[in-house]
Design a protein around this ligand. Structure first.
Ligand SMILES: [Zn+2]
Length: 336
């Protein structure tokens, strides 16, 4: 069978006719397989959802317990039959619970990787390369200009700034699922042992991470009700990027605005956003990770999705690997 008969785009998302399921559908469907909990991949309202237990838990925290008709947990490495198709979830290294989905039918193997990264992250299982015929890769940072520095270097810059400006608060913008917890964990690994103050929007997910054995240390709510402005002198405060534009952010003493994102590689973008201390920390692969991963899978065909498809397709062609863009719509990752 042709690979495109096993998986192909539909308006709802990537569809598998012989298995009768969608991967990360953007509209409600009967059967959804979900790679990870970011809101553009994991939506509520499906009749049944198959995902890792952590992704199911995260969806429950974000949408409430009735987020799907029925749910089924897929253990990493466990092979599950859906009609004539088998699927296996493998770690993707993107956020807690994230998985690539291997789809096999009549000897053809496609791996839909969802979002992934290769840099080590203590808050989730590391990416596991899977040999396949077709590898579906994201391309969020699919341009050679995107090369992420090591995350420990970026955290060292943040800590250096807190030492240099001990009277100021450091306000770190980080996405609520994954990035925020990774930044906190990196601070702990760098020896930062003061309480970290968090915006209310991060509380449930951060508690969940701690419950899953990912130690984030002492977290305190960043609310004025819990103290005066003076309490935040020299503090590190983590909140979702959206909170930085509102009144919440103005309660802190002379704050230094920081933002942890792969997009911070682009100076202009940091400047426009009023970010004084850009931290290049991404939960997506950079150019070198994308190209190395493509080679590692041994796939003879690459399908490229959400992001800068053209450059990666061109790179594959120059390497003698067949490639094409998938043109899926509706993915604007919240966890860059
Ligand atoms: Zn994501």
């Amino acid at each position: 069978m042709r690979a495109s008969d096993l998986l192909h785009p539909r308006p709802e998302g990537l569809y598998c006719p012989p298995g009768d399921f969608f991967i990360d559908p953007v509209r409600p469907v009967d059967r959804a397989l979900i790679t990870h909990g970011h809101s553009d991949h994991a939506r509520s309202g499906h009749r049944s959802v198959l995902a890792t237990q952590q992704t199911l838990d995260i969806m429950g925290l974000r949408y409430g317990e009735g987020f799907a008709g029925t749910t089924q947990a897929a253990a990493l490495g466990e092979t599950i039959a859906l009609n004539d198709v088998t699927v296996t979830f493998h770690p993707a290294g993107h956020v807690l619970g994230s998985a690539q989905i291997e789809v096999v039918h009549q000897g053809t193997c496609i791996v839909a990787s969802g979002d992934y990264k290769r840099q080590r992250d203590a808050t989730c299982e590391p990416f596991e390369p899977v040999k396949c015929d077709v590898f579906i890769t994201e391309a969020t940072f699919g341009l050679p200009v995107f090369r992420h520095p090591h995350d420990t270097e970026e955290i060292a810059r943040l800590l250096k700034s807190t030492a240099q400006f001990p009277e100021r608060a450091h306000l770190v913008g980080a996405y609520a699922l994954g990035k925020a917890q990774r930044v906190m964990r990196l601070l702990r690994d760098a020896g930062y042992d003061r309480p970290i103050y968090i915006h209310g929007a991060l509380a449930k997910l951060s508690d969940y991470y701690q419950g899953q054995g990912i130690d984030l240390g002492t977290l305190e709510p960043a609310t004025v009700e819990s103290g005066g402005k003076g309490d935040f002198i020299g503090a590190v405060i983590v909140g979702p990027p959206s909170a930085f534009a509102d009144r919440w952010a103005r309660r802190f003493p002379d704050p230094i605005s920081c933002f942890a994102s792969g997009w911070m590689r682009i100076r202009q973008r940091a400047k426009q956003g009023g970010v004084e201390l850009p931290l290049i920390i991404s939960d997506h692969s950079d150019w070198d990770e994308l190209t190395a991963t493509i080679k590692e899978t041994g796939a003879e065909e690459i399908w490229v999705t959400h992001g800068r498809e053209e450059a990666l397709v061109r790179w594959c062609e120059l390497e003698g690997i067949a490639a094409r863009p998938l043109h899926l719509v509706g993915y604007e990752d919240e966890g860059d």
